[in-house]
Every structure is written in C-alpha cells, then in structure tokens.
Design a protein around this ligand. Structure first.
Ligand SMILES: Cc1ncc(COP(=O)(O)O)c(C=O)c1O
Length: 459
C-alpha cells in the first residue's frame, strides 16, 4: 500500500468494496469464540469471522427523494432566490446553538473563507496539527501563510496543546485545532493559550458533527468553526460545508467572501442580509456558495443525525469495552472535557509486541480477510514532499526570508505523530450504524488475529 493516501475517501463505498472480497462459505455471522472448530486465520484459508457487509453509506430515504424533486420543480437551483440553503443554515444554527451559520461549497471552502475573514495572509504563521486531512494545511498555503505543525498527543490522536506554546512566535496569527475523527481537542487549554497570546482559533470540525466539549457542540467555542458535508461525512450532501460563529461582523465578512465580495450585514436574529450599501461589492471575494439541491439534502439528512449520533456512540462504547480486554489494542482516549464523540472515525493504536511482533500492515490484512474493513489512517502530513515544494515556489520565496524557509523542516518535526502514524488503525463511521453483534464480530475478529498472530509472523 506504499504511496497510497489514506483519506476519508477510503471509507466510501465500503459495502461495495466488501462485496468484491472473496468470502469462503460461512454464511452465519455468529461471533467466533475460542470453542469454534476452524480457528485458522482467513488469510491462511480459514473461515472468516464475518461474511456480510456492514451498514452502507450514504443512507437514502423517501424524504431525501421528495425534497430533491421539490427543488428541481422550483427551478431555483442557486441559493439566491431560493429557500433551502437558508433553511438549512437556520436549522444547523439552532442545532449548534450558534448565532450565525454560513453555508459554503465544501469544508475546504469553509476553512479558506474563515482564514480570509480573519485576515490571515502572507507573512503570517498558522499552527496546525500534523494528523489531519490535507485540506487543513492547503487553506493556509492558499492564503500564502506558513503552516507550523504542533505535534500530536498519541493517546488521543489530537493536537497536543502543550506544543502550541513552543511553536508560536510573534508572527503566529491563528491556530486550527482539528477535532479529528469526531473526538475533541483539549479546547480548554487551546482556548486559554490562544487568548493569552492573542491568536484566533478556527475549529476544524469537518469530522465532528455534534461532537461536544463540556456539553456544547464543537464549532461554537473558537472564533469560527468549520464543517464538511462531503460524501463520507456523518452529515453529507456529496460536497458542502458551513461556518459557525457568534460574531456578527465575522459572519457578514464570511458571507460576503463566499459570495463574490458582495456586501452583507448580520441581523440580531441570526440572518445574513444583503447590505443596502451604495456599493454592490465591498471586498475581493470568491464563489463558494452551496446550491439549493445540497441545502435540501442536508435538511433531510439532518433529521436523522441525532439518532445516528446516539447509535454510533452506543456501539463505539460497546466496542471499546470489548477492546479493553484485548492486550495490544488501545482505543484513542478522550479528554475529560469531551462530553460527546461524533465517531466519524473509531481510532485505536495497535501494539505489535502483543501480537507476536506481527507488523501493523499484516494485522490489517488479516483483519480485512476476517471481514472487517479497516485502514492505517493518515501518513505524517508534515513530511509530505509537496509542502517543501510549495515553500520553495516563487511566491513563497518572495514573501519569506530564506532563513525561515530553510529552517522550516527542522522546526516542523513531529516525532510523536510519526509514531502515531505507524501505530494507528481506523474503522469508519458507518460500521457503527449497525448492531451490537457487528461490534461483537469486530471484537471476535481482532481476538482471533491475536490468538493466531504467530501463525502469520514471517509468512
Ligand atoms: C479534518 C478535515 N478538514 C477539512 C476537510 C475538508 O472538507 P471538504 O472535503 O468538504 O473540502 C476534511 C474533509 O475530509 C477533513 O476531514
């Protein structure tokens, strides 16, 4: 799998890909226990623990079909003149308890729009985690700002707040904490350090719909919060995004930026209205608008999000209990303030020493052969060659002193994250929309690989 980028797209079409794997007969899905006769690993010709697909994604119901058709018939497919995007903004605002929500064409657009609204630009530094999807860093580069990586906390798979202080300089303008996998960063510490140093905080909640910190939905605690509604996400319309926040001026600036720089003002009731200004355009902007079709699909899918989130949490908690009994499997810990994990990803660390030294990639192959779809997660983003290439581009060389660019690789070493990337294993969110017996089969598959690991070592 060398060279393959393990991104959210990996989880798409999970059931379709599963259907393509060769299964050897055993139709029943009962958990395999020590008493089962054929305990040989499926990779070595044994019977797989699981022979049916997990829940498929996305979910499509009659309400989705109906609302989609409704939009078609209105012939107002763009949000201007339509009502669906605006209704979705109002519902998402309500659900988050935010004063303002601005829909955008993607999570990347939400992040890029937010950085622009906060005035991040050439010469600025932005602190980012190395364990995230590439978009978190791309938007910083698009602003011609310098991404500075703060190492990960391996136990939680989140940005380590204690690294913010040591990476910040007088040039640092913002921090982008990513609530990776729907788990939540230590927001108490991140917000405290950021306030003390005057840094803006853009929460990347692209994987964390309805995750909570001390009872409040994430995306509402920093200066701005960003969501993605891309196809793999827990709330999805194919492609889409949103920005949340409480500051009327920032909300109006974000709205303006994603709508070609037209003038907007925020009302105290949370609406964002075209300003009755003499100038139609008040800034240079972009087109990052969501369409009415996407807004309508989100409205329909939002009706199911609470129930799905509860189900994911229940199943994930059960799997964690099962995993705690298996030496060498360490589910990502949550910080004490995390009162709700969205489980876009279920992340755990794999310790080969407890599996007779079986390398992680062989463990993953064995687990997949047993019928459990899993991935090794991200590679270290701070080491991606494209970063150095971008920093050596003409534009960056004109903005930043040679010394700053030369020191960048050394300044951005993240040894904890390097280890995390070697140890991590992920399961995707749709796996957790199934039953307890699905969790028992995952547990049974991991236990089977654990029992039989020595039969694979060296094979
Ligand atoms: C952590 C994170 N940030 C940003 C994004 C970008 O979102 P989008 O794909 O909607 O542009 C994603 C999407 O995968 C993500 O997972």
């Amino acid at each position: 799998m060398k060279g393959r980028s393990w991104s959210r797209r990996f989880f798409l079409g999970a059931s379709a890909a599963f259907a393509g794997t060769r299964l050897t007969g055993r139709a029943a899905s009962a958990p395999l226990t020590k008493t089962t006769r054929d305990d040989r690993l499926a990779l070595l010709g044994g019977t797989p623990v699981r022979s049916r697909p997990f829940s498929s994604w996305p979910i499509l119901e009659d309400g989705d079909r109906k609302i989609w058709k409704e939009v078609l018939e209105t012939r107002r497919w763009n949000r201007r003149g339509g009502s669906y995007v605006e209704r979705f903004e109002a519902e998402w605002r309500e659900r988050l308890g935010a004063k303002y929500v601005v829909a955008t064409s993607s999570g990347t657009s939400a992040l890029y729009t937010s950085l622009n609204a906060l005035g991040v630009g050439p010469g600025d530094e932005v602190i980012v985690p190395p364990y995230t999807f590439v978009a978190t860093i791309n938007v910083v580069l698009l602003c011609h700002a310098l991404p500075i990586f703060a190492d990960s906390d391996r136990e939680t798979s989140q940005l380590d707040p204690s690294r913010i202080e040591e990476t910040a300089t007088e040039r640092t303008r913002a921090v982008i904490p990513v609530h990776l996998g729907g788990n939540v960063c230590d927001l108490d510490r991140i917000l405290k350090i950021s306030r003390r140093r005057g840094l803006k905080v853009v929460e990347d909640a692209c994987q964390a719909h309805l995750a909570e910190w001390r009872g409040r939905p994430v995306g509402t605690l920093g200066d701005l919060g960003c969501f993605s509604f891309q196809a793999s996400k827990n709330l999805n319309c194919g492609e889409g995004g949103a920005i949340s926040g409480d500051d009327p001026e920032l909300a109006a600036t974000c709205t303006s930026f994603q709508d070609a720089g037209r003038g907007y003002q925020a009302t105290s009731e949370g609406r964002l209205e075209r300003a009755a200004a003499p100038l139609a355009h008040v800034r240079s902007g972009d087109n990052r608008r969501l369409t009415e079709f996407q807004g309508a699909l989100l409205l329909a899918q939002l009706q199911r999000l609470d129930a799905q989130t509860r189900l994911r949490r229940e199943n994930a908690a059960y799997l964690t209990r099962l995993f705690h009994e298996i030496p060498g499997i360490e589910p990502s810990r949550q910080y004490e303030g995390c009162t709700g994990n969205a489980y876009h990803l279920y992340m755990f660390r794999y310790r080969p020493e407890a599996f007779a030294g079986l390398p992680r990639n062989r463990f993953l192959e064995a687990l997949r052969a047993e019928g459990v779809r899993c991935s090794p997660g991200y590679r270290p983003l701070n080491r991606e060659p494209f970063l150095e290439q971008t920093l050596q581009s003409r534009a960056f060389r004109r903005i930043y002193p040679e010394r700053v660019l030369k020191e960048w690789p050394e300044r951005n070493r993240c040894p904890e994250n390097d280890r995390l990337c070697e140890e991590a294993v992920w399961l995707g969110q749709s796996v957790f929309l199934g039953s307890r017996s699905d969790m028992e089969e995952i547990g049974a598959a991991v236990r089977k690989v654990s029992r039989q690991a020595s039969t694979l070592v060296g094979s």
